[in-house]
Structures are given as C-alpha cells and as structure tokens.
Design a protein around this ligand. Structure first.
Ligand SMILES: *Cc1c(COP(=O)(O)O)cnc(C)c1O
Length: 296
C-alpha cells in the first residue's frame, strides 16, 4: 500500500470594504481544497494515523462519530482512497441522513449504538473488533498527538508572516497543532480559536494537553451561537452573504462561526490597522447538507 499524501492548499485573499476601511489584509487558507470529501483539517488529522496504521500492518480503520460527523465521513473516504476497510460506530440508533449515506457510499460499515454505550469507546472497539487483528482504533474526531502533528504542518506551508491566525475548535486538536507549528517556527503570530461549543473555555485544557511547549493562544468563546450545531438568523445570513460574495463554501458548524468572528472582530476594531490575518478554512462543507432546512 502506498500513501500518496501530497496536498494542495493555497492561500486566497478576501477583499471587501470592511477590511479595506480598517487597513486589514485578510486571507483564507484553503484546506477545503485538499480533497472534496476528506476535507480540511480531517486530512491533516488522519495523515499520521494512516501512516501509523500502515506501519502496524493494520488494514481496517475503526472510528466513532455522531450522525453528522465530518470525521466519520473523512475516515470513510480516506479508507476508500488508500485501500483500507472501514467501520464507523455511530452515536444514536435508527438514523439516516446525507452524511451517513456518503459514509456508506464509500464502503464504510456502520454500527449504531445508544448514547450510553457510545461513551465507552475502547469497550465498543473490543466488543465488535476485539478478535480482528487488522482493526485499528481511531478516536472520535481523530483526537490524538498524531492528528496535532498533521495540523502543525499547516504552518510549514506559510510563506509570509501573519499577525493573526484564526481557526475553529471542536476537540482543539487543530488549534494545538497550529500552536505547535508556530512554536517550531518561532513565529510571534497570535493564534485565535473559536470554540463551536457553548462554555467553550474547557477547550483550553484539551489544547494544552497536546502542546509541545507552552503557547499563547486566545479563545473567543462568544461565537458558539447557542452551542454545537446551533445557528441563528444572523449566522445564516452571514454564511449566505459570504458564499455569494466569495464563491467559497463554508459550513454553519465550524467555518461559518469562525469567519463570523473574524468579520465581527474587524467591525469592532479588534485588530490594529495594517494587520495581516489568516483564517483557516478547515473544510467540512458537507455539514451544509444536514442544515438545508435552516437556509430556507
Ligand atoms: C472537525 C472540524 C473542526 C474541529 O477540529 P478540532 O481539531 O476537533 O478542533 C473544525 N472545522 C471543521 C470543518 C471540522 O470538520
């Protein structure tokens, strides 16, 4: 098995009046262009997990997720792309939706489980795959030091200095990886992250666990819009306008909230005039499919 993990993730500028008036240059790192399905940070997060599985001669990826999990879908597509078998243990029973349809289409075997037993992931792995010596455990969301390492490589690709980098946080793995990348390159860039959960300050603990050295990052905890997967009319209007003005698809769960924060903070004169800001498009646009009804 050969893992061809070359990627293409250009940086594009976002031009508009708001940024011009404040003397800001805002760019977006197009990790969404890495792959149509294994998109954004999920590619980076899976990279070293796939290498590890291959190194251990494992041919069967087993992972976990909610019914709308971008990670589940990315794992299904990565397994298909690189010749692994894949199983997904899904939280909840009797569900069908577009994400799960896409997982199945990529050949992933889905196992549904109730919310209580879902909590005990190693137990579930052993129950279903304990005697499959080809099975390789990947935690929910891919959270792991390998995943953080993959995300740190985003910083290796930057060719100019940014004053700020913005990213969304679910598990905090990507934020930790980017912070580690900034440390490795001795960059003074301010990392800003937007937890997509309510009361998101707990994410600092998750980020800190994956840091290779103490890092200075900022959490903006006021852009969760009511919690994970929650939206309001403001956010939906912003997403529609952003897509129509830039031609870049964003999703309501992660990148929509993160970019809303960048625009909102710019409007509130949070940034020094002359600042260069990089927003990370971490992919996940299939998440739009689960929210079609919110856009009517
Ligand atoms: C999973 C995901 C995130 C969250 O990444 P973490 O490493 O879990 O913080 C952000 N954006 C998108 C589009 C995602 O799919």
């Amino acid at each position: 098995m050969h893992l061809d993990l070359e990627i293409f993730s250009p940086v594009h500028q976002i031009k508009n009046k708001l940024f011009d008036e404040r003397g800001l240059s805002v760019y977006i790192k197009r990790d969404d262009l890495i792959h149509p399905v294994i998109s954004g940070n999920k590619w980076r997060k899976l990279k070293y997990l796939l290498k590890k599985a291959q190194f251990q001669n494992k041919t069967h990826l087993v992972t976990f997720g909610g019914a709308y999990s971008n990670h589940l879908l990315a794992t299904a597509a990565a397994a298909a792309r690189f010749g692994f078998k894949a199983s997904g243990i899904v939280r909840g029973e009797g569900i069908t939706n577009d994400t799960l349809f896409m997982c199945r289409l990529h050949g992933m075997n889905l196992i549904f489980t109730d919310r209580d037993s879902y909590r005990e992931k190693p137990g579930l792995f052993n129950k279903y795959f304990g005697d499959d010596d080809q099975a390789f455990f990947i935690d929910e969301g891919g959270a792991s030091p390998e995943a953080a390492r993959g995300c740190s490589e985003l910083v290796d690709e930057l060719t100019v200095h940014y004053d700020h980098i913005f990213c969304a946080s679910g598990t905090g793995t990507m934020a930790a990886g980017i912070a580690n990348g900034l440390t490795q390159h001795k960059l003074s860039t301010q990392l800003n992250t937007i937890p997509v959960f309510k009361n998101g300050s707990f994410i600092a603990h998750e980020i800190d666990r994956l840091l290779t050295a103490p890092a200075n990052y900022r959490l903006h905890t006021d852009y969760h819009f009511g919690g994970y997967g929650k939206v309001n009319d403001d956010l939906i209007a912003f997403i529609k306008q952003f897509i129509a003005q830039t031609g870049i698809l964003i999703d309501p769960v992660y990148t929509g909230k993160m970019l809303y924060a960048v625009y909102d903070l710019a409007g509130k004169d949070y940034f020094k005039p002359g600042s260069k800001i990089l927003a990370v498009h971490s992919g996940g646009i299939w998440g739009l499919l689960g929210m079609k009804d919110k856009f009517i």
